[in-house]
Ligand binder design. Structure first.
Ligand code: RB5
Length: 150
Protein backbone atom coordinates (compact mmCIF):
# COMPACT_ATOMS: atom_id res chain seq x y z
CA UNK A 1 0.00 0.00 0.00
CA UNK A 2 1.44 3.37 -0.98
CA UNK A 3 2.08 5.67 1.97
CA UNK A 4 1.31 9.37 1.99
CA UNK A 5 1.76 11.94 4.77
CA UNK A 6 -0.73 14.79 5.09
CA UNK A 7 -0.99 17.87 7.31
CA UNK A 8 -2.71 21.22 7.46
CA UNK A 9 -3.20 24.20 9.69
CA UNK A 10 -6.65 25.30 10.91
CA UNK A 11 -7.45 26.88 7.53
CA UNK A 12 -6.98 23.54 5.80
CA UNK A 13 -8.17 20.96 8.30
CA UNK A 14 -11.64 20.55 6.82
CA UNK A 15 -10.23 19.98 3.35
CA UNK A 16 -7.58 17.67 4.81
CA UNK A 17 -10.30 15.44 6.25
CA UNK A 18 -11.94 15.12 2.86
CA UNK A 19 -8.68 14.42 1.03
CA UNK A 20 -7.77 11.85 3.66
CA UNK A 21 -11.06 10.08 3.04
CA UNK A 22 -10.49 10.24 -0.72
CA UNK A 23 -6.98 8.78 -0.38
CA UNK A 24 -8.14 5.96 1.88
CA UNK A 25 -10.97 5.13 -0.54
CA UNK A 26 -8.30 4.90 -3.23
CA UNK A 27 -6.15 2.46 -1.29
CA UNK A 28 -3.52 4.75 0.24
CA UNK A 29 -2.03 4.33 3.67
CA UNK A 30 -2.45 7.88 5.05
CA UNK A 31 -0.46 9.35 7.92
CA UNK A 32 -2.35 12.37 9.28
CA UNK A 33 0.08 14.68 11.09
CA UNK A 34 -2.59 17.21 12.15
CA UNK A 35 -3.97 19.72 12.78
CA UNK A 36 -7.60 19.06 13.53
CA UNK A 37 -10.42 21.49 14.21
CA UNK A 38 -10.63 25.24 13.81
CA UNK A 39 -8.27 26.28 16.62
CA UNK A 40 -5.68 28.69 15.24
CA UNK A 41 -2.27 27.04 14.88
CA UNK A 42 1.02 27.90 13.13
CA UNK A 43 1.40 26.20 9.75
CA UNK A 44 5.18 25.53 10.13
CA UNK A 45 4.45 23.29 13.13
CA UNK A 46 2.49 21.00 10.80
CA UNK A 47 4.35 21.47 7.53
CA UNK A 48 7.79 20.73 8.99
CA UNK A 49 7.08 17.14 10.13
CA UNK A 50 5.72 16.17 6.71
CA UNK A 51 8.56 17.89 4.85
CA UNK A 52 11.11 16.16 7.11
CA UNK A 53 9.61 12.76 6.38
CA UNK A 54 9.73 13.35 2.63
CA UNK A 55 13.20 14.90 2.83
CA UNK A 56 14.61 11.85 4.62
CA UNK A 57 12.83 9.43 2.32
CA UNK A 58 10.59 7.96 5.03
CA UNK A 59 7.66 8.98 2.85
CA UNK A 60 7.75 9.31 -0.90
CA UNK A 61 4.87 11.79 -1.04
CA UNK A 62 3.11 14.36 1.10
CA UNK A 63 0.18 16.76 0.92
CA UNK A 64 0.08 20.07 2.79
CA UNK A 65 -2.81 22.50 3.13
CA UNK A 66 -3.05 25.97 4.64
CA UNK A 67 -5.30 28.90 3.77
CA UNK A 68 -3.58 29.92 0.55
CA UNK A 69 -1.01 27.13 0.37
CA UNK A 70 1.71 29.78 0.29
CA UNK A 71 2.99 29.36 3.84
CA UNK A 72 3.14 25.58 3.58
CA UNK A 73 4.98 25.71 0.27
CA UNK A 74 7.56 28.14 1.66
CA UNK A 75 8.15 25.86 4.64
CA UNK A 76 8.34 22.61 2.68
CA UNK A 77 10.77 23.95 0.08
CA UNK A 78 13.30 24.74 2.83
CA UNK A 79 14.03 21.01 3.02
CA UNK A 80 16.51 19.16 0.82
CA UNK A 81 14.96 16.66 -1.59
CA UNK A 82 11.57 18.32 -1.26
CA UNK A 83 9.90 19.67 -4.36
CA UNK A 84 6.69 21.17 -3.06
CA UNK A 85 4.24 22.53 -5.63
CA UNK A 86 1.43 24.90 -4.73
CA UNK A 87 -1.42 24.12 -7.11
CA UNK A 88 -4.93 25.42 -7.33
CA UNK A 89 -5.86 24.09 -10.77
CA UNK A 90 -5.77 20.67 -12.41
CA UNK A 91 -3.31 21.61 -15.18
CA UNK A 92 -0.73 22.75 -12.61
CA UNK A 93 -1.31 19.58 -10.60
CA UNK A 94 -0.39 17.49 -13.66
CA UNK A 95 2.60 19.67 -14.57
CA UNK A 96 3.79 19.54 -10.96
CA UNK A 97 4.52 15.86 -11.50
CA UNK A 98 5.30 15.69 -15.24
CA UNK A 99 7.75 18.60 -15.28
CA UNK A 100 8.73 19.23 -11.66
CA UNK A 101 8.49 15.75 -10.13
CA UNK A 102 6.85 17.39 -7.12
CA UNK A 103 6.85 15.09 -4.11
CA UNK A 104 4.67 17.37 -1.97
CA UNK A 105 1.42 18.77 -3.27
CA UNK A 106 0.30 21.98 -1.57
CA UNK A 107 -3.28 23.23 -1.77
CA UNK A 108 -4.97 26.41 -0.59
CA UNK A 109 -7.78 25.30 1.70
CA UNK A 110 -9.47 28.70 1.40
CA UNK A 111 -9.12 28.65 -2.38
CA UNK A 112 -9.90 25.17 -3.68
CA UNK A 113 -13.22 23.44 -3.03
CA UNK A 114 -13.38 19.74 -2.20
CA UNK A 115 -14.22 18.60 -5.72
CA UNK A 116 -11.34 20.49 -7.28
CA UNK A 117 -8.96 19.39 -4.53
CA UNK A 118 -9.80 15.72 -5.09
CA UNK A 119 -9.32 16.15 -8.83
CA UNK A 120 -5.94 17.84 -8.32
CA UNK A 121 -4.76 15.13 -5.92
CA UNK A 122 -5.83 12.35 -8.31
CA UNK A 123 -4.21 14.08 -11.29
CA UNK A 124 -0.93 14.56 -9.43
CA UNK A 125 -0.90 10.96 -8.18
CA UNK A 126 -1.67 9.51 -11.63
CA UNK A 127 0.83 11.66 -13.54
CA UNK A 128 4.35 10.49 -14.42
CA UNK A 129 7.57 12.49 -14.35
CA UNK A 130 8.78 13.01 -17.92
CA UNK A 131 12.51 13.19 -17.10
CA UNK A 132 14.81 14.32 -19.94
CA UNK A 133 15.23 18.09 -20.03
CA UNK A 134 13.14 18.35 -16.87
CA UNK A 135 15.61 16.14 -15.01
CA UNK A 136 18.45 18.42 -16.14
CA UNK A 137 16.60 21.37 -14.60
CA UNK A 138 15.96 19.50 -11.37
CA UNK A 139 19.65 18.60 -11.23
CA UNK A 140 20.45 22.33 -11.27
CA UNK A 141 18.08 22.87 -8.34
CA UNK A 142 19.69 19.93 -6.54
CA UNK A 143 23.00 21.80 -6.63
CA UNK A 144 21.45 24.57 -4.53
CA UNK A 145 20.45 22.03 -1.91
CA UNK A 146 23.97 21.19 -0.82
CA UNK A 147 24.15 22.16 2.82
CA UNK A 148 20.39 22.47 3.23
CA UNK A 149 18.50 21.10 6.21
CA UNK A 150 17.28 17.47 6.01
C1 RB5 B 1 -3.82 31.44 8.44
O1 RB5 B 1 -4.68 32.49 8.70
C2 RB5 B 1 -3.14 31.64 7.10
O2 RB5 B 1 -2.25 32.70 7.17
C3 RB5 B 1 -2.45 30.38 6.66
O3 RB5 B 1 -3.36 29.34 6.60
C4 RB5 B 1 -1.77 30.39 5.31
O4 RB5 B 1 -2.63 30.84 4.31
C5 RB5 B 1 -0.44 31.00 5.23
O5 RB5 B 1 0.21 31.02 4.18
Amino acid sequence: MEKIAIASDHAGSELKEDIKLFLKENGFDVLDMGSSGNKSVDYPDYGIPVAEKVSRGAFEKGILICGTGIGMSIVANKFANVRAALVNDVYSARMAKEHNDANILVIGGRIAGKGLAREMVKTWLDAKFEGGRHQRRLDKIKEIEKGMKK
